[in-house]
Every structure is written in C-alpha cells, then in structure tokens.
Design a protein around this ligand. Structure first.
Ligand code: NAD
Ligand code: UGA
Length: 459
C-alpha cells in the first residue's frame, strides 16, 4: 500500500499540529486537514501565522515550511476523503452529556458521523486511522459501520493514539517517546510505520493489537493523572505536617523507579483529556462489572476535585472567611502554560467557587481571550451571563489586574509571572496583601520579605 495522499478529519489541537509535522517530515505525501468549522480552517490558512487557531511554541515554523507545499487545510471534506489513501480521524470525543453513560462515557457521535461519511464517499481501498482517543473496542464498531454502509471497498482500521501534550506538542511530535500502532492487517500497519519512519527511530515505533493500542492510550492518561492526584494528596498532608511538597517530590523522584516527572503539586489538573479519559475508563470497567477497578480510578478524579475546592476554600478562609465584595485577581486561566486551551482548567472552578461567595474576580492570562473566559463561566450555567460580566473583569495588563486587589492567586504556571516586579504589585494592593500560589511557582521567601502574606500549595 503506497500512501500518496492523507486526509485528517478534525483540525483541532491534535489534527492540526500532528498533520503539520507528518507533512513537514514527508514532503512527498500530500496531507489535507479538513474540518466542518469554517472559521478554524480559515485561521489555519491565515497568512499571519500568529493567528493559527492553536497556540503551540514552534508550530508557526512547521506550518510555514509545509503549508501550500504538501500541507493543506480545507472544508471540502468529501473531495479530500475521496482522494485519500489514508484517513486519520481526529475529531473530538467528549464526555457524554445525555442519556446512558451521561457524565462518564465518551460521546462517539462525531466518530460515527465520520465513519458513515467515509463509507459513503470511498470508492477505493482506504486505511482508516483512529487518532482520537477512543474506548477500547471502538475499532470494531468503526469497521462494522464502514463494511455495512460502504460501497463494497476494502477498509483497514488502525489505532494510532496521540500522546502529545499541549504546550510542547511540536517537540513531542518531532521527538516522541514512542509511536503506537494497533492493527490487524500487516500491510496497513507497514504503510503507517513507513510514514513515521521518516523521522522516528524504528525501535520507538511499536505495534500491538487494536485493543491493546486503544486501551493503552486511556491507561497512559490515567497513570499520568494519577501521579498528579497522588502528589496533590501529599501536598495537603505536607501543609498539615510542615513538610514541603517540593522537597518530598524531589526526594521520591530521584528514585529511578519513581522518576521525577509529573510530581508537581498544583491547584489540580485540567485539560480536555485527563478527566474525560479516566471517566471513560471507569465507565468501561463498570460496564464489565469490574467495580473495584472502577472505584480505584474514580478516586483520581475525586482527589482532583477536592484539590480545586480546597484551594478556593483556602482563599476564602484566609480572607477572614469572606470574599464578598472583595477583589480577587487570578493570574492565569489556561489549564497549563504555553497553551491558549482552557478546557477543564482549574481556574474555571476556582473562579466559580469565589463568585458563589460574591467576590469580584479580575483575570489576566497572556494567551486566553476575554471572550473565552466568559464562555467558560457561562458554560457552567451557575449564574446568568449578565451576572458573570458584572462580577468578572478580564484585563490585558497584569499590573492593572492586581491594582487594588485584596488577594492575587496564581493558577497557571506562566513563566512571565516569576519575572514580575512584585514590589509594584504589592504597593498597589489592599493590605494585608495576600498571595496564593497554586503552582508552587513563586519565590516564597523573597515575596514574604517584600511584605506579602503568601500561601504556596503544599508548603
Ligand atoms: P478539538 O475539539 O480541538 O478538535 C476536533 C475538531 O474536529 C473540531 O475542530 C471539530 O470541528 C472537528 N470535527 C468534529 N466532527 C467533525 C466531522 N464530522 N467532520 C469534520 N470535522 C469534525 O479536539 P482535540 O483536542 O484535537 O482532540 C481530538 C481527539 O484527540 C480527542 O479524542 C482527544 O481525546 C484526543 N487527544 C487530544 C490531545 C490534546 O492535547 N488535545 C492529545 C491527545 C489526544
Ligand atoms: C496530557 C498528556 O500528558 C498527553 O500525553 C496526552 O496526549 C494528552 O493529555 C491528551 O490525551 O490529551 P495535556 O493535558 O496537554 O497532555 O498536558 P499535561 O502536561 O499532561 O498536563 C495536564 C494537567 O496536569 C495540566 O493542568 C497540568 O498543569 C497538570 N500537571 C501536570 C500538574 O498539575 N502537575 C504535574 O506534575 C504535571
């Protein structure tokens, strides 16, 4: 199987960057990324590379190199599917918000729509690659739809989950720890291995059964999130006992069996996937009557919810048990640094909790728009959009954000926060000037000396 043309359905955080790198490394293959969302495609085609819909360090250079040469972004989904030898499905797979499995199972309606569309259009043999994160055994459903609604052509389904993290997507794609390919048909597997072999050493490309590949993706995210919840649990114990979570993390992380990564205590993990994928894992375990397994993993989510709530409560308690009418400034809204993605960001829940207590909240984030911040709050449906706009102010300047604040809370670990002229911020705040560091980012000693009353998570 000689792949000359690839299409990727879904031009989001995964489809866009992944296909950009595949195109960059395989100049002889034509790669087209399609999406229903016209604005998103227009942004991917924008001549001003600062306007790409996904902010990722280094992505602009990759797009600049490949776009127009062998990388294209289009809304003509039918044409691209018709011409492609290989079709990646990279659409969103959110948690279901209705019906059976509501709040836990993955909503596969977008996946099914893609499968039906591929089946209807395809007139020649195609390799269909699951790039989205999917429940184990989805390939079975995909194959069934393709075979039963298609035009009698041959489809080979592969699973090729994506492990990139936002903020480091380009680096993760260009130098992955491993590439995982699950499948049954040797030729189809080989065709996909060949594409990655253009830049990934062969020993890092592993092939498995479809089911192992699908499940490995959910398990990888569950293990990563579990480490964050584990260290966050310890952060609370550190606060109670006088230990320092940074020191504990360093001490345990130097054990090569434990390793130093993903041991940073925080206000709670966010992002579009950790919670969604663990909920899905829990749902799958329950559907096989594996209740102990489900309860075990569910605890990772519970601990995370607790950490977000605990942080907001800490602010309220410290401010003499009331934030009513007080100005609380949140520095950072994205779920982590170096991304404009806010999905499931801890900041949303901390803000919501403070707003429940009738605080006035001011937000500054270097990459997130005011429109997005209001949308995130409106989507919670805790209060009316008018009320959100009355209580929440979004500003473009961090010093303006902290002006006349009763408390400032750091919710994202943006590098620039460490470089602020904190004395200037202190001078303009109400006293005592409370500072809450939800990321263990700031220099506690120095800020204390400047007069701040500082709380840093796990210390
Ligand atoms: P996203 O929401 O950013 O992008 C998905 C895109 O698919 C949207 O632009 C949407 O308009 C489009 N789409 C949906 N249905 C379509 C259809 N029928 N035809 C054409 N376009 C359609 O999502 P994402 O963050 O890129 O995630 C995609 C998948 O990858 C998810 O399963 C996610 O779990 C997984 N994943 C995400 C990340 C990450 O860092 N965001 C990392 C690894 C895996
Ligand atoms: C995560 C995984 O790291 C990727 O491998 C995976 O592909 C992706 O999910 C996905 O499937 O979507 P991502 O969510 O982009 O990537 O970012 P992470 O770096 O994993 O951070 C997730 C959250 O955990 C962030 O809110 C981050 O601040 C938090 N975190 C991470 C901590 O609080 N402490 C840590 O030590 C590490």
């Amino acid at each position: 199987m000689n792949v000359k043309k690839i299409v990727c359905i879904g031009a989001g955080y995964v489809g866009g960057p992944t296909m950009s790198v595949i195109a960059q490394k395989n100049p002889h293959i034509q790669v087209t990324v399609v999406d229903l969302n016209r604005d998103r495609i227009a942004a991917w085609n924008d001549l001003d590379l600062q306007k790409l819909p996904v902010y990722e360090p280094g992505l602009d250079q990759v797009v600049a190199e490949a776009r127009g040469r062998n990388l294209f972004f289009s809304t003509d989904i039918e044409k691209a599917i018709d011409e492609a030898d290989m079709i990646f499905i990279s659409v969103n797979t959110p948690t279901k918000t209705y019906g059976k499995g509501k709040g836990q199972a993955a909503d596969l309606k977008y996946i099914e729509l893609c499968a039906r569309q591929i089946a209807a259009i395809a007139k020649s043999e195609k390799i269909v690659v699951e790039k989205s994160t999917l429940p184990v055994r989805t390939a079975e459903a995909l194959k069934s739809i393709l075979d039963h609604t298609g035009n009698g052509v041959n489809f080979h389904v592969l699973s090729n989950p994506e492990f990139l993290a936002e903020g480091t997507a380009v680096q993760d794609l260009q130098n992955p720890d491993r590439v995982l390919i699950g499948g049954e048909n040797e030729e189809a597997i080989r065709a996909l291995v060949d594409i990655y072999s253009a830049w990934v050493p062969t020993e890092k490309i592993i092939t498995t059964s479809l089911w192992s590949s699908e499940l490995s993706k959910l398990v990888a995210n569950a293990f990563l999130a579990q480490r964050v919840s584990s260290i966050n649990a310890i952060s609370e114990l550190c606060e109670a006992t006088g230990a320092d979570v940074g020191e504990v993390a360093k001490a345990i992380g130097m054990d090569s069996r434990i390793g130093p990564k993903f041991l940073k205590a925080s206000v709670g993990f966010g992002g579009s996937c950790f919670q969604k994928d663990i909920l899905n894992l829990v749902y799958i375990a329950r559907s096989y009557n594996l209740y102990a397994v489900a309860d075990y993993w569910e605890q990772v989510i519970r601990m995370n919810d607790h950490q977000k709530e605990r942080f907001a409560d800490k602010i309220i308690k410290t401010l003499y048990n009331t934030v009513n009418g007080k100005n609380i400034t949140l520095l950072g809204w994205a779920f982590k640094k170096d991304t404009n993605d806010t999905r499931e960001s801890a900041a949303i829940y901390v803000a919501d909790h403070l707003l429940d207590e009738e605080a006035f909240v001011t937000v500054y984030d270097p990459k997130v728009t005011a429109e997005q911040i209001y949308k995130d709050l409106d989507d919670l449906e805790t209060r009316s959009p008018e009320e959100n706009r009355r209580l929440v102010k979004v500003v473009q300047d961090p010093y303006e954000a902290c002006d006349r604040a009763h408390a400032v809370a750091v919710l994202t670990e943006w590098d620039e926060f460490t470089a602020y002229y904190w004395q200037r911020i202190y001078d303009k705040m109400y006293k005592p000037a409370f500072l809450f560091d939800g990321r263990g980012l700031l220099n506690v000693q120095q800020l204390k000396e400047q007069g701040f009353m500082i709380y840093s998570i796990g210390r």
